[in-house]
Design a protein around this ligand. Structure first.
Ligand SMILES: [Zn+2]
Length: 187
C-alpha cells in the first residue's frame, strides 16, 4: 500500500509496517568495497596494525554519499584521521559515521535527514591513500560490521498514524477483498 507519511510517499504492508529497509549497508552508488571490517588490519597510510572499524567504498571524488537511514545529524566537521566527517544518530542507540568527504551536503548538526539524502561527497581528506567513503555502523557504542550486522526492522505505524493509514487504505483494501472474492467464486 502506498501511503503518504511525513510528507513523502512510502510503501507499507497491510498491517502498516514499512517495506523499506531501515538501513543501507552500502550508502553510496557506483562504488566497490576496497577494505572490509577487520579487527587487525595494517593501515594503508600509517603501516601499523590497527582495527579497521568500518567498510571502505572506493569511488570517484565527488560521488554523493547517502544517509543510511532516517536520522538526526549529530556531527559535521573534521575528525582526526577521518578528515571531513558526518555522524548520524538514528535513535535506539544506532549511529553511523561517514569519513574522508571532499565536501559536506547542506545539512547542519541537529538537522533531520531522510534515508537516501545526500549528506556529503566522496573525497580523501584525513588519512586516505585514495578517494573513498569510510563507513561505520555502531550499536550502543560498539562498532559492528555494516555488511553483516542484523539490521533492526523499521518501526510500524502506531496509534493515530495507524488509524489514518487504515482509513486512507480502506478503499483499496475493500477492492482487494472484492477481487479475491471474485477469484474464489470463479473456482
Ligand atoms: Zn576505512
Amino acid at each position: 500500500m502506498r501511503y503518504q507519511h511525513n510528507g513523502k510517499d512510502e510503501y507499507f504492508d497491510l498491517s502498516g509496517r514499512p517495506l523499506k529497509k531501515s538501513f543501507m549497508r552500502m550508502p553510496i552508488e557506483f562504488a566497490r568495497i576496497s577494505s572490509r571490517f577487520n579487527p587487525r588490519r595494517k593501515h594503508p597510510v600509517l603501516g601499523t596494525v590497527r582495527a579497521h572499524k568500518g567498510v571502505d567504498y572506493a569511488a570517484g571524488t565527488g560521488t554523493p554519499i547517502m544517509a543510511a537511514g532516517d536520522a538526526r545529524v549529530s556531527f559535521v566537521g573534521w575528525q582526526n584521521g577521518y578528515g571531513r566527517t558526518v555522524v548520524l544518530d538514528h535513535g535506539n542507540g544506532t549511529t553511523t559515521l561517514y569519513g574522508h568527504m571532499s565536501r559536506f551536503g547542506k545539512y547542519k548538526t541537529g538537522s533531520r535527514v531522510s534515508q537516501g539524502a545526500t549528506i556529503g561527497y566522496v573525497g580523501m581528506t584525513g588519512l586516505a591513500s585514495g578517494p573513498h567513503l569510510h563507513y561505520e555502523f555502531r550499536v550502543k557504542g560498539v562498532h559492528r560490521d555494516p555488511l553483516t550486522v542484523t539490521m533492526p526492522k523499521p518501526d510500524p505505524l502506531t496509534g493515530a498514524e495507524l488509524a489514518r493509514f487504515r482509513a486512507a487504505t480502506a478503499p483499496a483494501m475493500a477492492q482487494l477483498k472484492r477481487v479475491e472474492g471474485v477469484r474464489l467464486a470463479a473456482r
